[in-house]
Design a binder for this molecule. Structure first.
Ligand code: GDP
Ligand code: MN
Length: 377
């Protein structure tokens, strides 16, 4: 789950990370009042989930409450990459000396939580990783001991920090590690982490992603969910109890069972296609659920064809086929469909689908080959 900068900032503040003073506003007048209260130059920051807000005009400096009101008004009327800005963070402006990167992620191959830091902060870490990978330093935390102070100091020294600045960096890294672990995050990131002209550390940006599977342990975090930040298809899927993950291919996949869904995607790849999604409608595919899944798949404009791969176990294939036909009548898709149904009553199921003018296949391989062919024309 994505949370906004102002929400992550509040969590960082609670753990004692050096965030700057500030507050969130939904109107230009509120922004003015916050700037008034802070009594100094402020930055006004669009609270939307897109990278590079600065370049897009979503982050502006303001030197007076009057100016804060003006720029907040402008930003609140903007859309950043299609997402309307509903809130701005108004925070103390900082005189930046140097910009660093500090982030915590899970490294699955190391099976450790890894803390990454770089003296090349302020730009996206992916760009640093591409262009200057040696500028990123890492420390893997022991799952029982956590990130130790000496590891954090080693990171600081590796970035060329010395003396007081190296020593004061260490607790920031160990604290961000605790933020990550104690909130079941999948990412905790400060970019840029800034050394001010006066030599103080300030977290100028706060970013967190939370592990959806762990949210039941954190009801307070679940309440931070903002539907605006979510892909509408994923919201629909969750509401219909369908597992759905969007991918970047062009073949929509409608499958019952997670394992079957994975192998369907592999088989599509094997035959030279690319899946547009992972989708598991689960057991007992009723017509409404098939229709909901079909709507979700077809809401993706890159879908050029759909592959149904259904195993009729407890649910009989003829029932599934009738569900599919009912869904097709309701949704009326404009792209070709290939179906492979196996299991109980499969002949009857196939007959129903052929009548509905769907392409059918007897094996997963044949289905994948057909759907790839259909796209190629
Ligand atoms: P993002 O680009 O969407 O991640 O937004 P950030 O919060 O990281 O801000 C982008 C850039 O704006 C930072 O790297 C800074 O260079 C600049 N910036 C943000 N806050 C301040 C501030 O208080 N003072 C100054 N001078 N620059 C700031
Ligand atoms: Mn940033």
């Amino acid at each position: 789950m994505k949370i906004h900068e102002y929400q992550a900032r509040a969590i960082f503040a609670r753990f004692g990370l050096p965030v700057v003073e500030g507050d969130v506003a939904t109107t230009a007048q509120e922004a003015r009042a916050i700037a008034q209260r802070l009594g100094r130059a402020v930055v006004v920051k669009a609270q939307v989930h897109v990278g590079g807000r600065g370049k897009a005009g979503g982050i502006r400096l303001a030197h007076s409450p009057q100016e804060a009101e003006e720029v907040a008004g402008q930003i609140l009327r903007m859309e950043l990459k299609g997402i309307p800005v509903r809130r701005v963070l108004v925070a103390e402006a900082v005189e930046i000396g140097r910009e660093f990167y500090l982030g915590v992620v899970l490294d699955r191959s190391a099976r450790r939580v890894v803390v990454m830091a770089s003296a090349e902060g302020g730009i996206e870490i992916e760009a640093v990783a591409r262009e200057k990978p040696e500028a990123i330093v890492r420390a893997a935390a022991d799952p029982f001991l956590g990130l130790r102070e000496y590891q954090a100091r080693a990171l600081a020294f590796a970035m060329g920090l010395k003396d007081r600045q190296a020593l004061s960096f260490a607790p920031i890294a160990t604290t961000l590690y605790r933020v990550f672990v104690e909130n079941d995050a999948t990412l905790a990131e400060i970019n840029p982490l800034v050394l001010t002209k006066g030599g103080e550390w300030r977290a100028l940006d706060s970013k967190m992603l939370l592990d959806d599977s762990a949210l039941p342990r954190h009801p307070d975090l679940e309440s931070l969910r903002d539907p605006d930040t979510e892909d509408p298809a994923e919201v629909q899927a969750r509401a219909n109890d369908i597992s759905y993950v969007k991918l970047d291919g062009e073949i929509g996949c409608m499958v019952n069972g997670a394992g079957l869904a994975m192998s369907t995607m592999d088989t599509i790849k094997l035959y030279g296609g690319a899946p547009a999604n992972f989708l598991d409608i689960g057991g007992g595919a009723r017509a409404e659920k098939v229709a909901a899944a079909l709507r979700i798949i077809l809401s993706d404009p890159s879908v050029k064809a759909v592959l149904f791969n259904i195993f009729g176990g407890i649910t009989r294939c003829d029932e599934v086929a009738r569900g599919i036909v009912a869904a097709l009548e309701e949704v009326r898709p404009a792209v070709p469909m290939v179906a492979r149904l196996v299991g109980t009553n499969e002949e009857e199921g196939r007959r129903i689908l052929v009548q509905a003018r769907m392409l059918t296949a007897e094996s997963m391989a044949e289905a994948a080959r057909k759907v790839v062919e259909v796209i190629r024309g």
